[in-house]
Each structure stands twice: as structure tokens, then as C-alpha cells.
Design a protein around this ligand. Structure first.
Ligand code: NAD
Length: 355
């Protein structure tokens, strides 16, 4: 069993903890919190051992009703690998602690790429990740773009990808984020940093990104244009993407018209927290004009990096191949949405015929 600790139990950390606990070859030894708040209470209710992220705050936990198993140092002594899910920039500050305990670490996309030996996406990364002693799972947007561009580049060749990212202003729990009544270019400079971040995974793919922030919390939306080195039909591209296990093609007649209905669907089918681990691509948006491919995809920022963290843990600590870890993670979490309304060979969803 791979003994895993999660340092930072927020939006990403709590999901990674649940995903690790579900793996047959992993043991979740514990999670850390900086203070005994509702998140810490929820972790204890879920049966997870709680550790104080900051040593001198252990008294705060001991003063509460929550029992704490120790400090971050105790956790690091008891595990084979740590997943750092602390806020952006804090992972870099935590790194010397992990090094001191000789504990391999998985970092998140809010950190600079230099925090780890290699950046990681299970579908897109090259073989260099195999020899790394630390990995950085790229951000939610970069994860979504890497999963899309990797198969397109392998099959057709990508001459140039241009993507406009309409980013959610904040996560649902982030009450202090915005904007609340505007759509703002963010960053105002073009291209944004997302394109270069994709190159940490797919170094040879030419990609420019521009980003905005919108007053929504559910998901990011990507408007994608890829100039290909070939001229496939839209149906061929759709079939290619349908083969990707971490891509959900939203059927034309499903009545899913945005992030609200997507998240509603995820909750209705019993996904934990309504999470969508897959890229969600509107099937009828997939269009080809000559060598130009267009599509819209949505990315659930709280969820898409979660299976990637599980795969990063296995990649750091075992000899399991990327294909094997992807399929084991998919199987244990139930990833690979295939709608019962999926399209027939004409590209139309068959439900209308039955109505
Ligand atoms: P978050 O604020 O929801 O959670 C971070 C947690 O870490 C909080 O519980 C906080 O109390 C705790 N923490 C604070 N200081 C700490 C310390 N010194 N040591 C350990 N824990 C500490 O943040 P998040 O959204 O989960 O983001 C975590 C990382 O994941 C960031 O790098 C972020 O960029 C990245 N990420 C976030 C999203 C997203 O949409 N939320 C998506 C992909 C990647």
C-alpha cells in the first residue's frame, strides 16, 4: 500500500483525500488543517486522521473537541508521499519540509513549474515524469487543454491552437472572490500564462491563450480553435474525442446548455459533490472549416485535477504505466461518462427517434 498524506484540506485537498481513500493500492494516512474549522470537523466525520499543518497551532486543535493525531512532521514521518494542496505559493514554502523528511511530493498548479522536477498530466506528459521525485499537477485549465490537445496533436498534428478561456470568478465556497457584475480580461495582457503552461506538458504544441474572468462559480468555459495539419471531418474528430476516457461528449439532445445543467446532471447521477472529472465538450460545437477545428468545452475547476493527482502519486511511487494508472483511477472513481443519449453514426443523438 502506498501511504499518502494530504497537506492542505481545502477545495482540492478534500477531493484528493477522498479519491486516495478509494484506491485499492493506497492508504490515506491523514490530512492537515491550519485551524479547527468546519473543514477539519468534516474530515474527522469522514474518518480521516487530522494533523496540524502549522506546528504551533496544535494547541488550537487540542482546545477544540477535534482530536488531532499530530503535526505535519508526524504525518511526513508516517507516509511514502505527500500531496501538497495548500494555497498557491505556499507549496513552494512547504517544499523544504518535504525535502527534510525525504518525502516525495505532488504539488498543484498554483505553484510555479520550478517547484517540482516535472509538471504532470496523465494523458499528455512525456516519459520524463517516470524519473521525477516530485511532480506538479498542472492547473485545472491546463489539465483541460492538455487532455484535448494531446490526442489532436497525436492524430492530426496541431499547427496552432488559439483558446479563449472564460474563467469562473471563484469557487462556490470563495465568498470573497469576484467580479460580481462584470466580465474582465484577466490577465489583460495577451497571450495569458495558460498557453506556456500547456507547453510544460506538450512542449511542441503551439498554443496561444487569452483569459477573462466572469461572475460565475461553477465551471470554466473554453472557446477553442485549433488549426490542424490535416482536414478531418467533424464526425472524425468527434469519434477521436469519444475514445478519450476523461472527455465527456455532451449529447446534442441532452438538454444540457451550460454549467448549471452540467452540474445538475452530475449531482443527479450521484457524482460526489456534483464533481465532473472529465472535460465536458458540447458535441454539436465540434465543427471543422478546412483545417480549422472549433469547439466549446467546460472544465470543472474543483474536480478535473483530482484523478491526475492520484495518477501522479502512482507515477512517483510505483512502476505502474500511465495507461494502467489511468484505467485503475477511472475504474475506482467511476470516471468515463458515456451518456445513454450518445450519438449514432450520423452524429445525431437517438433519443428523438424513440420519443
Ligand atoms: P483552498 O484555499 O481551497 O485550500 C487550501 C487549504 O490549505 C485550506 O484549507 C488552507 O487552510 C490550507 N492551508 C493554508 N496554509 C497552509 C499551509 N501552510 N500548509 C498546509 N495547508 C495550508 O485552495 P484550493 O483551491 O484547494 O487550491 C490548492 C491548490 O490547488 C492551489 O495551488 C491552486 O492553484 C490549485 N488548484 C485549485 C483549483 C481550484 O479551482 N480551486 C483548481 C486546480 C488547481
Amino acid at each position: 500500500m502506498i501511504r499518502v498524506g494530504v497537506n492542505g484540506y481545502g477545495t482540492i485537498g478534500k477531493r484528493v483525500a477522498d479519491a486516495v481513500a478509494a484506491q485499492p493500492d493506497m492508504e490515506l494516512v491523514g490530512v492537515t488543517k491550519t485551524s479547527p474549522n468546519y473543514g477539519a470537523e468534516a474530515a474527522v466525520r469522514r474518518g480521516y486522521d487530522l494533523y496540524a499543518a502549522v506546528d504551533d497551532r496544535i494547541d488550537e486543535f487540542e482546545d477544540s473537541e477535534l482530536s488531532v493525531a499530530g503535526t505535519l512532521s508526524d504525518l511526513l514521518d508516517a507516509i511514502d508521499v505527500v500531496v501538497d494542496c495548500s494555497p498557491s505559493g505556499i507549496g513552494e514554502r512547504n517544499r523544504p519540509r518535504y525535502d527534510a523528511h525525504d518525502t516525495p511530493a505532488v504539488f498543484q498548479g498554483g505553484e510555479d513549474a520550478s517547484v517540482a522536477d516535472e509538471s504532470f498530466n496523465a494523458r499528455g506528459s512525456g516519459d520524463a515524469v517516470r524519473d521525477a521525485e516530485s511532480l506538479r499537477v498542472v492547473s485545472c485549465n491546463t489539465t483541460g487543454l492538455s487532455r484535448l490537445l494531446a490526442p489532436l496533436d497525436e492524430t492530426y498534428g496541431v499547427e496552432k491552437a488559439r483558446v479563449t478561456l472564460v474563467r469562473r470568478g471563484g469557487d462556490p465556497s470563495e465568498t470573497d472572490r469576484g467580479p460580481i457584475n462584470d466580465v474582465v480580461p484577466d490577465p489583460r495582457t495577451v497571450p495569458s500564462h495558460h498557453g506556456p503552461d500547456v507547453n510544460a506538458i506538450l512542449p511542441d504544441v503551439s498554443v496561444d491563450t487569452a483569459a477573462l474572468k466572469a461572475p460565475v462559480t461553477a465551471m470554466h468555459t473554453h472557446s477553442v480553435n485549433v488549426t490542424l495539419a490535416a482536414e478531418p471531418t467533424a464526425a472524425e474528430v468527434r469519434d477521436l474525442l469519444a475514445e478519450e476516457t476523461r472527455v465527456f461528449l455532451i449529447p446534442e439532445d441532452a438538454g444540457i446548455d451550460g454549467a448549471g445543467t452540467l452540474k445538475d446532471y452530475a449531482a443527479d447521477i450521484g457524482r460526489p459533490r456534483g464533481d465532473l472529472w472529465e472535460n465536458c465538450i458540447w458535441e454539436e460545437s465540434i465543427s471543422v472549416e478546412g483545417d480549422d477545428l472549433y469547439l466549446f468545452q467546460n472544465v470543472h475547476q474543483e474536480a478535473d485535477v483530482v484523478p491526475e493527482n492520484v495518477d501522479a502519486i502512482r507515477t512517483l511511487t510505483t512502476d505502474v504505466s500511465r495507461t494502467e494508472t489511468i484505467s485503475l483511477t477511472n475504474e475506482t472513481l467511476g470516471i468515463g461518462l458515456e451518456s445513454l443519449l450518445s450519438a449514432d453514426e450520423t452524429g445525431r443523438t437517438p433519443i428523438a427517434a424513440d420519443d
